[in-house]
Design a protein around this ligand. Structure first.
Ligand SMILES: C[S@@+](CC[C@H](N)C(=O)[O-])C[C@H]1O[C@@H](n2cnc3c(N)ncnc32)[C@H](O)[C@@H]1O
Length: 299
């Protein structure tokens, strides 16, 4: 039988036996647990490698040596948490990003949406909104914008407020115009925006059809009766568990024969919803939900 003193010594010895990596993992676990309990954001199912890189950036930004030093700051200072949240959210995006895929969307999906009297689109993880305006332009050129409603969501409120304004740096427009043309654009991208000094502002005609809203894919439910969902370059940050949860939410949100567009590096292969979808074109990142899907029991 060990005395309490010797139990303490064993605990100390065991703790000193933890490797550096194990200690760091423990620190990260405690940090993520604190973030979850205090602020309701659950990053425990984010992919480990990118999570560690993001946390390193936070440490650098806050001028800290270790995750242990960050934990009390996160607990006591909501401004530190805000900066942490910004670091966790990678908002890199562009208009008509992957133009070849947008061309496929125009040819294979947008044309088929014509059959619906009202078209519902959900753009999950829209970041600063460039892709949302791209979709609105495509719908406009197909004569479908009037009867469409686009729900554009993200958990990053700062990014959402940029999206809502629809104001972007002029210097990006050259690249965006090229993407637009390669995606089958029928006019000139400048027809849809006004230049003001070094920025461009997109037309209210497009903005009026978009509802921007805070939505957290870690825990929130989806939307009902969506005909098209874009969730691009978001799933790559999740581990398999969270990815499968989000994909099931997406599948439940779609009407039968509804469409899903993922990012260039994302696929439904080996996910829990693989059997619920078919590819619109082999190996493309655009999928169509089958008419009858059996719900996945693990979710
Ligand atoms: C790299 S951007 C992709 C933007 C755009 N879809 C694209 O492909 O260009 C990833 C976005 O996903 C958002 N995101 C990450 N985790 C999220 C979550 N749990 N809920 C909602 N949005 C999330 C981030 O805030 C970020 O704006």
């Amino acid at each position: 039988m060990l005395t309490s003193q010797s139990q303490d010594s064993v605990a100390i010895i065991q703790s000193t036996l933890l490797t550096r990596a194990q200690r760091r993992n423990l620190e990260i676990e405690l940090l993520l647990q604190s973030v979850y309990q205090l602020y309701g954001y659950d990053f425990r199912n984010y992919a480990k490698a990118s999570l560690q890189r993001r946390i390193n950036n936070v440490l650098k930004g806050e001028n800290l040596q270790s995750v242990s030093q960050l934990i009390p700051l996160i607990i006591h200072d909501p401004f530190v948490f805000d900066r942490f949240l910004q670091q966790m959210s990678i908002t890199v995006t562009a208009m008509f990003r992957d133009p070849g895929l947008f061309l496929l969307l125009k040819q294979q999906v947008i044309t088929k949406l014509q059959t619906y009297p009202r078209i519902n689109i959900w753009h999950a993880g829209c970041a600063t909104g460039e892709e949302v305006y791209s979709i609105a332009i495509m719908l406009h050129e197909a004569g479908l914008l009037e009867r469409s409603r686009i729900y554009a969501t993200d958990y990053n409120n700062q990014a959402l407020s940029i999206a809502e304004k629809g104001i972007y740096p002029l210097q990006n427009m050259r690249q965006y115009s090229e993407n637009y043309q390669r995606a089958g654009g029928e006019h000139s991208l400048s027809d849809y925006c006004h230049q003001k000094y070094s920025e461009v502002l997109f037309e209210p005609l497009l903005r009026n059809k978009i509802t921007f809203a805070h939505h957290n894919l870690m825990k929130d439910q989806g939307f009902a009766q969506m005909h098209l969902i874009l969730c691009r370059n978001v799933l790559i940050y999740f581990d398999n568990h969270l990815k499968n949860r989000v994909l099931q939410v997406i599948s439940n949100s779609l009407v039968a024969r509804g469409f899903l567009m993922l990012g260039d590096k994302e696929t439904l292969n080996l996910s829990s919803v693989t059997s619920q979808f078919e590819s619109v074109v082999a190996r493309s990142r655009i999928y169509q939900k089958k008419i009858q899907v059996l719900p996945d029991k693990s979710n």
